[in-house]
Each structure stands twice: as structure tokens, then as C-alpha cells.
Design a binder for this molecule. Structure first.
Ligand code: DAH
Length: 363
């Protein structure tokens, strides 16, 4: 860094000192790279107190003998002008380069295409579920939900499953571990159907009751084209005075025609469920071939869609309803099966892989 020398004479020594000073300010100015260094440079050279300019004023001008004052004075003025100019230029260079840098960083190219955010769509299973819910809500049903981790009592016992019914077997039911010390009815499991929500709804509501219960259910199944350990069901329950099998038929026929078109026929065949008596298996005429026979209906003209029946009087006993005064019907169906039919999907596992190539087809 530059130090102001004392002058030994006012001719050759002065010339040399002036040249060295001007070279020094130039070199120091060129080394400045940021605003902080620029400020330091300014202070070192131009500060009133002890800046280089002040120093040459004292050491060179004031110390000069009378005959040399005029010459030294002119030189000091020239130096002052040159130093001020150099520092000014340096300040401008630094301000300019930081503005440049900012402009570069902030620059946007308005000719580039924008980033389009893709909107999500409903999963096909949820879409079918919501369509079905809509049909029943229009008929005056409300929506009820229950827990996926359910007790043995709600999943089986209150639905009139006898103690050793095969459906309680670990073959199908996923039980929560380490509950051997609990009484059987309190043991927790992943609900195997949405039917326990029937019981929970009747416990909460006074008749008349009209609810649908959509949700996830779980079974200990090995995945294949038609099985998956998690799937969705929708349950329906209608209890009132004088509800008959004709109401069940009319309701389901209406629901199926709303979903598949008014030409669709329904068929009811005897079946068995512990919580309904009589029980039926409901099929619809194949919406693809109109009943002639095709691949989705396995050439039979019919597609089996749901289980249903008149609520077994024993079930009312579990919820404090009077079976002598009340009657009702219930039904339950798997949503994935419906979705597979509606969208012509041949492998249920597709619904659960989360593969965008599959899901994007429903956008
Ligand atoms: N819960 C039965 C199942 O998962 C389906 C079912 C059948 C539900 C008959 C009902 C019904 O409400 O009445 O296989």
C-alpha cells in the first residue's frame, strides 16, 4: 500500500514522488473488486483526517520553502483532481458491475413457454364410488362412516355371525396382533366389509334409517387379477316400518339403472349372509352386450354385482330395535369390480400401483 514520502528536494525528487503516487492510486483502484474495498480506497486517499491527499498537503505543500510553494501547490492540485477522478471511476465501475450482476440474475426470458401445472383428477375407484353415493343421496340416503380398525363385535358378532363361522377365520381376516388376553368380542381386526357400519349407524340413530356406508375394507388375500388385500365397498341400509323385499328390489333396480342405463335388468337369486334373511345375490344384465353374452359377462349375459337381503331380526336385537315393529333391507357391493367393468380394466391391481401411465388415462 502506498505511503507518502518526505521530499528531499523540489525538482527530481518531486517529479519521482508525483509519478509514484499517481501510479499507486491507479494500481490500488484497479485492485478494487467490491463496494467495501471501494469505500476503503476512498477513505485511504480522500479522508480529511490523514487521507493521502491531506498528507501530501502537509508533507509536501506546507513543508515547501517559499520559492517552491507555487509549483508544489499546482502539482498537489493536479494530484487531487487525478485521485478524485480515479476514485470516482472506480465507484462507478463497482456500482455498474453489481447492477449488471443483479440484472443477470433477475433476467427472465418472456419468450419461454410457461410451466403448466397439471391438475389432478379423481382416482377411477373414487369416481365410481362418488357416482354411486350420488345416486343414493338423491334417494334420501345419508352417508355414514366407521373405523377401518374394527372390533370382532361389530365386524362379526353383532352381524349375527355364529362364533365358529368360517368368515372369522384368519384365512380371510387380518387381526391386530397380541390380543389373546382380550375377550373375543373386543379383539381388533381390519374390517372385512362395510357391514359393521350398519350396526354403528343403528346404535346412533333412531328409525327410520337410510344410510350408505362407503369405505375401505381388508382381507388376507394374495393379490391377483381379481383380488387385492385392500378394496372398497359401499353398504346400504334402510330400516323403517313396513319395508318389504319389493322396496329392496325397487331401490336396487333404480340404482343400477341410474348407473348403467335404463335398459339394464336386475336379477335376484337366493343366497346366504348371516345378517340378512332372506339373502340374495343380485346380478344385472350385461351392460356391454345387453344380455347376448360377451367377454366381461363370461358369455352368460349377467354380471353378479352385489349381496343384499332383508335385515335378520337377530341383528335388531343387538342394537335395541324392535323386530316386531321394524323391517328393513341391506346391501353391499365391491367398488373395484364396478370400476373394472365401467372402465374395462382387466387387473384389479392396476388401481393400487399408482402408475401414472394407468391413471393418466382417466384424466
Ligand atoms: N358384507 C358382505 C360382503 O362383504 C356384502 C353384503 C351382503 C352386505 C349382503 C350386505 C348384505 O349389506 O345385505 O361380502
Amino acid at each position: 500500500m502506498y505511503n507518502v514520502p518526505k521530499l528531499e528536494d523540489y525538482s527530481a525528487a518531486l517529479d519521482k514522488a508525483v509519478n509514484e503516487l499517481l501510479a499507486a492510486v491507479e494500481t490500488e483502484a484497479q485492485a478494487v473488486a467490491d463496494a467495501k474495498a471501494c469505500e476503503e480506497l476512498r477513505n485511504r486517499w480522500m479522508a480529511r483526517k490523514n487521507g493521502v491527499l491531506t498528507q501530501i498537503n502537509d508533507l509536501w505543500l506546507k513543508a515547501a520553502p517559499g520559492p517552491n510553494k507555487r509549483d508544489v501547490g499546482q502539482r498537489v492540485n493536479q494530484i487531487r483532481a487525478k485521485v478524485e477522478e480515479t476514485i470516482e471511476a472506480t465507484q462507478q465501475r463497482i456500482a455498474g458491475s453489481s447492477a449488471d450482476a443483479r440484472l443477470k440474475a433477475e433476467m427472465i426470458d418472456i419468450s419461454l413457454p410457461g410451466i403448466r401445472r397439471s391438475l389432478g383428477v379423481k382416482h377411477p375407484v373414487l369416481k365410481v364410488l362418488d357416482d354411486l353415493i350420488g345416486v343414493f343421496v338423491k334417494m334420501g340416503y345419508s352417508i355414514a362412516e366407521g373405523p377401518e380398525v374394527e372390533s370382532d363385535y361389530y365386524n362379526f358378532e353383532a352381524l349375527n355371525f355364529p362364533p365358529n363361522h368360517p368368515a372369522r377365520d384368519t384365512q380371510d381376516t387380518l387381526f391386530i396382533a397380541n390380543q389373546e388376553r382380550r375377550p373375543q368380542r373386543d379383539r381388533l381386526l381390519l374390517r372385512t366389509h362395510t357391514s359393521p357400519v350398519q350396526i354403528r349407524s343403528m346404535e346412533k340413530l333412531k328409525p327410520p334409517v337410510r344410510v350408505i356406508c362407503p369405505g375401505k375394507v381388508h382381507r388376507n388375500d394374495t393379490p391377483d387379477a381379481t383380488h387385492y388385500p385392500v378394496f372398497h365397498q359401499i353398504e346400504g341400509l334402510c330400516v323403517d316400518t313396513n319395508i318389504t323385499f319389493a322396496d329392496l328390489k325397487g331401490t336396487l333396480e333404480h340404482a343400477m339403472q341410474s348407473l348403467f342405463g335404463s335398459n339394464v335388468k336386475t336379477s335376484f337369486r337366493p343366497s346366504f349372509f348371516p345378517f340378512t334373511e332372506p339373502s340374495v345375490e343380485v346380478s344385472i344384465s350385461c351392460p356391454f352386450c345387453g344380455g347376448k353374452g360377451c367377454r366381461p359377462c363370461k358369455q352368460s349375459g349377467w354380471i353378479e354385482l352385489l349381496g343384499a337381503g332383508m335385515v335378520d331380526p337377530n341383528v335388531y336385537g343387538f342394537v335395541g330395535y324392535d323386530p316386531a315393529k321394524l323391517s328393513g333391507f341391506a346391501f353391499g357391493m365391491g367398488i373395484e369390480r364396478l370400476a373394472m367393468m365401467s372402465y374395462n380394466v382387466d387387473d384389479i391391481q392396476q388401481f393400487f400401483y399408482g402408475d401414472m401411465r394407468f391413471l393418466e388415462q382417466f384424466a
